[in-house]
Write a protein that binds this ligand. Structure first.
Ligand code: PAF
Length: 281
């Protein structure tokens, strides 16, 4: 595995790989790798000659009161995991390398962003599309891999790729869960022991909603109510949102039909957790 820290090194490697006609699968991450990331690497490994992994905690996607400074980082552990999981190129640039000067161009995501996490995290997806635009240009992948846990991110990135005609495929990979159902996330390390006990209730509440749909419920409002009651009864966290939309367009629906996402966010004292389920009705 090659570990590269500069854009020049990365460009040189990509030119060589393109000359050799290698297909490139790209897994962009902010590091502190967990099984969710490893499942993306595994999928990319199955589909491509070369797997490029990036690790960069992107300040542009964090709000002023968010956890940029304390976001968990462990590059040595990540490097080892990347090596073991068959990554060919690890790109881990510094902040200065990615953003050497203040920007002359700003990107703004305007669709699919004013719901779910985007509603409260103003500018978050602008930061995501900015860093991904840079990374997609540099890595020139055939496909990029994202976790379905961040379903809104997948929807926004699909729109980015379509609008700006990036010649690559977006592949979304199912959420990896603990045995108790808790979605794997780098932020799970923030949870206290008692919050860890409660956190699996997020997924159970979603399953409860799905069960009601399977039993014939078609009113999105009724599903939101049921999940709200469930979460309030089973966790001490504060429900941030419970929302139901068409997917991936993320538009409100009056009747549940077609591809639907049920997404939730719960603020615990030490971490804000999100989860979702996408179902076809
Ligand atoms: O999902 C993430 O880890 C980040 O949002 C991404 C896609 C690596 C962009 O910084």
């Amino acid at each position: 595995m090659k570990k590269l820290e500069t854009i020049e090194q990365l460009k040189k490697s990509i030119i060589e790989l393109k000359h050799e006609n290698k297909s490139i699968g790209f897994v962009p991450t902010m590091g502190f790798l967990h099984e969710g990331h490893l499942s993306l690497i595994k999928k990319a490994r199955e589909n491509h000659d070369i797997v490029v992994l990036s690790i960069f905690v992107n300040p542009l996607q964090f709000g002023p009161n968010e956890d940029f400074e304390r976001y968990p980082r462990d590059i040595h552990r990540d490097e080892q995991l990347a090596l073991e999981s068959g990554v060919d190129v690890l790109f881990a640039p510094t902040l200065k390398e990615m953003y050497p000067h203040s920007p002359s161009i700003k990107m703004k995501a305007i669709s699919r962003v004013d719901v779910l996490c985007g509603k409260k995290r103003e500018g978050h997806f602008d930061g995501v599309v900015t860093v991904l635009t840079k990374l997609f240009h540099l890595v020139q992948p055939d496909a990029a891999y994202f976790g379905q846990k961040d379903a809104q991110q997948v929807a926004v990135v699909e729109a980015l790729v379509k609008d700006l005609n990036f010649p690559l495929q977006i592949i979304s990979v199912p959420t990896v869960r603990e045995e108790n159902g808790l979605a794997k996330s780098s932020r799970n390390v923030y949870l206290t022991n008692s919050e860890k006990q409660e956190a699996p209730q997020l997924y159970r509440s979603l399953q409860y909603g799905v069960q009601a749909i399977e039993n014939g419920e078609r009113d999105p409002f009724a599903i939101v109510q049921m999940i709200s009651t469930y979460l309030n009864e089973h966790t001490s966290g504060e429900v941030d949102y419970i929302e139901v939309y068409s997917y991936p367009s993320l538009e409100a629906v009056n009747v549940l039909q077609g591809n639907i996402i049920i997404a939730i966010a719960v603020q615990f004292q030490s971490a804000r957790l999100i989860d979702n389920i996408i179902i076809e009705i």
